[in-house]
Ligand binder design. Sequence first.
Ligand SMILES: [Zn+2]
Length: 442
Amino acid sequence: MDKKRTRRLGNKYLILSALCVALYGCKEDNKKPEEEVKQEIAKVEAPKEIFEFGFKLNDYIVKRDTVKSGESFGQILERNKIGYPKIFHIAEKTKETYNIARFFQQGKPYTILCSKDSLELPETFIYQPNKEEYLVINFKDSIHAYTSRKPIKYVEKTITGIITSSISETIDEQGVSPVLTNKLADEIYAWTIDFNRLQKGDRFKVIYTDKYIDDTIYAGVHDVKAAYFEHNSEPFYAFRFQTDSLKGIVDYFSEDAKNLRRAFLKSPIQFGRISSRYNLKRRIAYYGYKLRPHKGTDFAAAVGTPIRATANGTVTESTRRGGNGKYVKIRHNATYETQYLHMSRRNVKVGQFVKQGDVIGYVGMTGNTGGPHVCYRFWKNGRQVDPLREKLPEAKPISDSLKAEFLDFIKPIKHQLDNIFFEPEVTDDMELEKPVIKQAES
Ligand SMILES: [Zn+2]
């Protein structure tokens, strides 16, 4: 029993010393002279009435800083006139809410609210482990701690654009985050519009929401509510709609309730260009103008560009052979197979299950090829066909029971989209004006 007790005490001692290390750090050279450190902390006396973290900042002397390399929670408090026994109590009492000694991280911001008198005694410590959450430790009288979140605001915006070279350039020019480009190209239109083959004059309108934390901190494009894309003068509407509120499943549907997703992506390359289409009557000068049918679609892209599986399936071949070079073949179901040739490197093995969009290899020049490209071959019932002309199967259609609800839901949104107008087309002698980005609170 005595032995047990000693061991327990020993453990206790270990925990205590570990805590001290966590609180204070252990390296001597991390300690900076008092004077130097003090100067780093910016004192902000708040004008007007400013609220943050649920406090009226005007009532305090506000000190803000970020955690420096090797700096501990204890060191910061000690530097701010809080003595050791109190620091220990604070860490102990806070532990259940948030183990600050353990999760204290370099570079994270903290705020200290000090009494507005000559003593400048710290009363509250606020730590922000991420942009949205914050931990408040009150220690003016008794010690108590809680975590909270900053209010999030979504702001609805619209953007229009006319393609001159690429979608990313058109969106970028307007100072809008590339996340929007990716949402349009990868999430919404990847199955219906080939963004490698956009035409000059193709144009789009998008209603999307931006996310803000605490009204002021921009946290990126949140989601796209609806979009209109005119490609080759053909309109493509997309409306975001939740088909399963329990599972939170959201999809994009056209104005007539068709799912915009297809079982196959339009292209195995995210951004590249078609250099040669499927052509059974191709004749090549090199071969004396003899008939050399091209049963694939060539997408030119730089060596090393990722090649994506255009649909879910199982890899049936992954090898190097003759003119094909390094290639991968995937069986998707009883009807469809796809194949990807001339890779520089393969990324999958035979038997492996791949999901739509998975990187199965990289563009190269292996086998019979004049330049870096992927030759994309598409089989339907064992026969090679042109995927660009095939009517490819729809992903999951909207259920009949939801269709009426969907049509009701999109009516005002479609009206909103149709009433967004394109800027007049820019001609050479016109100053290029910034397109309009309208703001409305959602
Ligand atoms: Zn080819």
